[in-house]
Design a protein around this ligand. Structure first.
Ligand code: SF4
Length: 428
């Protein structure tokens, strides 16, 4: 395998200009609310609901399970089993393969797993409930890659041999929406911290607020978690409802997500909580950057993804976020999060697009050339505060048109980024 490349790319993978029969066609340089309408979920046949056939056949798992939709998935469930990203499996050494322009990932992303799968139905997500009609949970693609299932004890044993020299700078448990996810998160977290010093490899929780209480948040802290995040994903209440709530028969509520995030602020403290946000699902640049400012004012951080139409999701027919929209938001978010620039220092046009960044051109130019603003954002690793451990290689774009750089961008990358930002090239 040369690199982790999705089998099928959508018609528009982020380029603002599409070539059509020799003619250059200009498409809008942002994903507007009216365009980004998810399709409706279809009814799931009764025999495919809740992982019924996986449980009925009850095939015992044997070691690592590599996703394969041509066979019936074994009966695997957390806390004994977790899924981990392709990148983490390669880095851990339990799977072969190489990644484009990067050797490893610094974050060991774990996903709880059950035959019933995630019980939510988020429109942009490859793990969503409506997919039970077409593939077993363990075979579903998520953020553009497969997620092998591995016994948790094996993962702990490998990392516990020498945590100080591990390539991983952080471990993260993604909870999904399932009645067992709180208890199993506690078990997986304890299994880790019993054998691996959380100071050597800190742990983040990517929570499922819908079923959580304040006591649950406290418990993750007591068991050794370092950072608690909430996958808000949608940048406004309307978008949240359309993509994660009533709009797609999904149980999530914007208010509950905020309530749990505010509990985390209280329990974990400044710089130790935050929210995931996906850019380009129909919000304006002004709206998403206002949210980033709100999080910073609370003492937290935003972790940002570029929308990519995940194969099999309810938004797989929609355009990826145009690169100019994404670059503007990525740069502005970095300035708000790490350079004390405020959203009210910036200027926006009548469509809510960033027109100026609120700092001197020379300073902005230096920040662009430093390239960190365009790297993947997330919880910090061991290099520096503004470099994420969670580099999720090619989770939000194909390697051929990178949205979030999982490595330090080189001069040729900065030249491309400047073109996408429409800021004159000044690098040699
Ligand atoms: S709750 Fe998370 S894992 Fe479940 S469908 Fe929504 S985004 Fe996907």
């Amino acid at each position: 395998m040369g690199c982790i490349e999705h089998k099928k790319s959508p018609a528009n993978n982020g380029d603002s200009h599409l070539i059509s029969e020799g003619e250059k066609v200009t498409v809008p340089d942002f994903n507007a609310f009216d365009v980004m309408e998810p399709r409706n979920p279809e009814k799931t046949p009764v025999d495919r609901r809740n992982g019924k056939h996986v449980k009925a056949n009850d095939i015992p798992p044997e070691g690592v399970y590599l996703p394969n939709n041509n066979i019936l998935a074994p009966h695997m469930k957390s806390p004994e089993y977790v899924q981990l990203s392709n990148a983490a499996a390669i880095t851990l050494g339990i799977m072969g393969g190489r990644m484009y322009r990067t050797e490893c990932t610094r974050c060991l992303n774990l996903l709880l797993t059950y035959p019933e799968g995630c019980r939510a139905n988020c429109a942009y997500c490859g793990l969503a409930r409506h997919r039970e009609a077409e593939r077993d949970y363990a075979d579903r693609n998520f953020i553009r890659v497969d997620w092998p299932a591995v016994p948790m004890a094996d993962i702990v044993d490998i990392v516990a041999k020498d945590p100080e020299s591990s390539p991983f700078h952080r471990m993260c448990i993604s909870m999904i929406t399932h009645p067992r996810s709180e208890d199993d998160t506690f078990t997986v977290l304890k299994q880790w911290t019993d054998k691996i010093d959380p100071d050597a490899i800190p742990v983040s929780i990517l929570s499922n607020p819908t079923t959580m209480t304040r006591d649950d948040v406290q418990r993750t802290k007591d068991l050794g978690a370092d950072i608690f995040t909430v996958a808000l994903d949608a940048a406004t209440p309307e978008l949240f409802d359309r993509t994660r709530g009533k709009g797609v028969q999904s149980p999530h509520k914007w208010k509950k997500y905020w309530d749990i995030m505010l509990e985390a602020k209280d329990i974990f403290g400044p710089q130790k909580f935050g929210a995931h946000i996906i850019v380009g699902m129909g919000e304006t640049e002004y709206e998403v950057l206002n949210l980033v400012q709100e999080l910073v004012d609370l003492g937290g951080h935003s972790h940002m993804f570029c929308f990519f139409p995940e194969d099999g999701s309810l938004m797989d027919h929609l355009p990826a976020t145009p690169r100019d929209q994404w670059r503007r938001v990525q740069l502005a978010r970095y300035l708000i999060d790490y350079r004390d620039v405020r959203v009210d220092h910036m200027k926006f046009d009548e469509e809510g697009r960033v027109k100026s960044y609120g700092i001197a051109d020379s300073e902005l130019s230096d920040i662009i050339d430093a390239g960190i603003a365009f790297r993947t954002s997330g919880c910090p690793g061991k290099f520096q505060d503004d470099i994420s451990a969670c580099d999720r290689p090619y989770g939000d774009s194909p390697p051929s048109n990178i949205a979030s750089y999982p490595f330090q961008p080189k001069k040729k990358d900065i030249r491309k980024i400047r073109k996408q930002l429409d800021i004159p090239v000044a690098v040699e």
